[in-house]
Design a protein around this ligand. Sequence first.
Ligand code: ADP
Ligand code: MG
Length: 401
Amino acid sequence: MAWKTLDDMDMVGKCVLVRVDINVPVDHGEVTDATRIERIVPTVEDILQKGGKPILVAHFGRPKGKVVLEMSLRVVLKALEKALGHSVVFVETLEALEARTEEQRGAEVLLLENIRFHAGEEKNDPAFAKRLAGLADIYVNDAFSAAHRAHASTEGVARLLPSCAGRLMQTELEALEAALGKPKRPVVAVVGGAKVSTKLELLGNLVGRVDHLVIGGGMANTFLAAQGIDVGKSLCEHEMADTARGILAKAATAGCEIILPEDVVVAREFKAGAASEVVPATECPADAMILDAGPKSVARIITAFEGAKTLIWNGPLGAFEIEPFDAATNAAAAKAAELSEHGLISVAGGGDTVAALNKAGAAEKFTYISTAGGAFLEWMEGKVLPGVAALEAGDCEPAVA
Ligand code: ADP
Ligand code: MG
């Protein structure tokens, strides 16, 4: 790995600017899910342990460069202190932080107000990045989920200070590297979800890198239709037919096996408990919708999983929110979870995917579940994430005492 970790840094007595993602859901002033806050604890603990003085920098909501008091980060303070088991000083403005002497700056764990209150943040304004760099001796990025954005606190400042990845960033990058960078083969990828159009780049990148690609969910309908199959009233992007055929051709050239549903679950209505039946994928009735993969398809997917050393998954295989159309996703997820206990490296990400794997009770057994959303998808698309690239730039040598 081209970036440094906390282990490479000497932090004794140093102010450490730590970019974290604690953009948690809040309802009536209470944090309703503290997962993101809990995930940064190892990084803060390690910095303290190493004698560093952490200054936490984060965004909250989308204030668009202006002070919007409803989007104050103060709302997470209590949950943050609870997770850390440590008091945290909330600093309302950058000026107040700058006015602190170096001594005062480091006396406690500090949390700076919403960094997106500053217009320079999302613009990655060099002067603003310089101001941030002026606050500390070392920069730690622990916000993988914000790494696809080139903002001052995720990218600009990394180029101005000795920098490294925090523990969460490190874990995420190592898991992703194991799944797609230098994976153990064979690799199976599952791409499901609603639409081909939202996952084109992802499909394009994966066919060149994985051995088997399972296409499921609504987007499988587009591929079936592109092969001349009538998909009735199913969700289908007919205008993407050429694109879908292009992906199939690319896969054939690359030696990537495409696994499309051979049987499907169809229904006339999209609602819980709607009457449904299993039909061959080529025989969707004209007045019905394909809402899930059928049992033969699931068996085929499971065989692919059994032969694989690495699995990477984004997108449910069916309309999993509504029973019984969660069956294929649940069965495949359960198998992936079981195989993960016997050496399969399994990595999954995506908002609905994480929800579906949780619903299936399988998420905990996966090797790694990314909660990063957009950053995870961009990474799967093969894009360079600016926040990671800046850590890799290596312009700055580690601060050695
Ligand atoms: P993620 O958020 O994990 O990236 P997506 O947003 O791409 O996943 O896809 C999830 C959505 O796809 C779900 O809302 C699910 O209901 C929908 N979906 C999956 N299969 C079908 C289908 N056959 N017909 C209609 N919608 C589907
Ligand atoms: Mg989604």
